[in-house]
Design a protein around this ligand. Structure first.
Ligand code: FES
Ligand SMILES: [Fe+2]
Length: 354
């Protein structure tokens, strides 16, 4: 796989990692165990240094993790601190440790050199700790390469065809292009849809102008704000970004993250919900029902696309005008991968580090 390593990948929803229960996850085809030590989250290679049993089948003992096979005990740094029945611990015996941060209700793992882990690069998602938003959450496992999901999220022209019913997306997504801006670690999309009644769940009685903007950021995180404004707002602000306080409804936020788990496997995490001034838990549940339908529509077409790609020797594509965001983002990711490899980004060692 060709994904940057010097980036924070979403490993799990915070709520899904229970205290005392190690959990197995996979990122970039590497098996990782996450566990809650007394005051922080720890991530190790999910592979005991003794006979490589997965540590995710072990147990937490306060700030330590014990292998469930022959009982080797690890501290939070990954050092072996006890081998049952053997007084001596070989010097340097330790399991690979990853940098891990819990933020915005996600558990983020840095897949690059541990010493370069930079928390400021964590995308500014909205978590359940933000009182402004009433969110629901979920995830979907894909039998497809993460890159294909990136491509999907970087080109909303598919909304007019894949999500005409679920999201109630009209033809304008395919017929008009959003404004794109290259960001240092991603691409920004901005779009006005004028004179609309809005999608079914947020239908307005009067015509409104709908504004939406999202950033798609490395390594594959989408953060989108949408809202409805009085008809004429788009024109009055010259089709630029509106003042968010003037929104009259339909204000929602969604955070989404695509994590490559294997060569042709990915986990797609998502949350969505209304601003507390523009909705409640009931609306959130309606939105999550729509999202479940819509995201399964994406999954159906992307997994089918993956199957055709797998059957196609030397697959070629024919880009359209709508692929500009895809191209910008994939060039950015490719540049990062090249820079990392020129800088000698060490690919993770499996098993024992000494
Ligand atoms: S495999 Fe972990 S202690 Fe033996
Ligand atoms: Fe979609």
């Amino acid at each position: 796989m060709n994904y940057p390593r010097r980036a924070w990948y979403v490993a799990s929803w915070s709520q899904d990692l229970e205290p005392g229960k190690p959990a197995a996850v996979s990122i970039l085809d590497e098996s990782i165990v996450l566990w809650r030590a007394e005051d922080r989250i720890v991530a190790f290679a999910d592979r005991c240094v003794h006979r490589l049993a997965p540590l995710s089948l072990g147990r937490c003992e306060g700030s330590r993790l014990r292998c469930g096979y022959h009982g080797i005990l690890y501290d939070m740094e990954g050092r072996v601190v006890q081998i049952p029945g053997q007084p001596e611990v070989p010097p340097g015996a330790r399991v690979q440790r990853y940098a891990v941060v819990e933020k915005h209700s996600w558990i983020w793992v840095w897949m690059g050199d541990l010493s370069l882990a930079d928390e400021t690069l964590i995308p500014p998602a909205v978590g359940f700790d933000d009182p402004d938003w009433i969110l629901g959450r979920g995830y979907l496992d894909y039998a497809a390469e993460a890159r294909l999901i990136h491509d999907n999220l970087l080109d909303f022209s598919h909304l007019s065809y894949v999500h005409a019913d679920s999201f109630g997306a009209g033809p304008s997504f395919a017929e008009e292009r959003p404004r794109l801006t290259a960001l240092p670690r991603g691409v920004r999309f901005e779009r006005w849809i004028t004179g609309t009644r809005g999608p079914p769940a947020r239908k307005s009685d009067d015509l409104v102008d709908g504004w939406s903007t999202y950033d798609f950021l490395l390594p594959g995180v989408l953060l989108m704000w949408s809202g409805s404004f009085p008809a004429g707002t788009a024109k009055s602000c010259d089709f630029e970004k509106p003042d968010h306080d003037r929104a009259i409804g339909g204000v929602t936020f969604t955070s989404q993250a695509v994590t490559p788990t294997g060569a042709r496997a990915a986990r797609y995490f998502f949350s969505w919900g209304p601003h507390r001034d523009h909705g409640d838990a009931a609306l959130r549940d309606v939105l999550m029902g729509i999202a479940a339908k819509a995201f399964n529509e994406d999954k159906t077409i992307i997994e089918a696309q993956q199957r055709i790609l797998d059957l196609t020797p030397d697959p070629r594509i024919m880009p359209t005008v709508h692929d500009r965001g895809v191209t910008l983002f994939s060039n950015l990711a490719a540049r990062l991968v090249r820079e990392e490899s020129a800088a000698g980004e060490p690919f993770l060692h499996r098993g024992v580090l000494s």
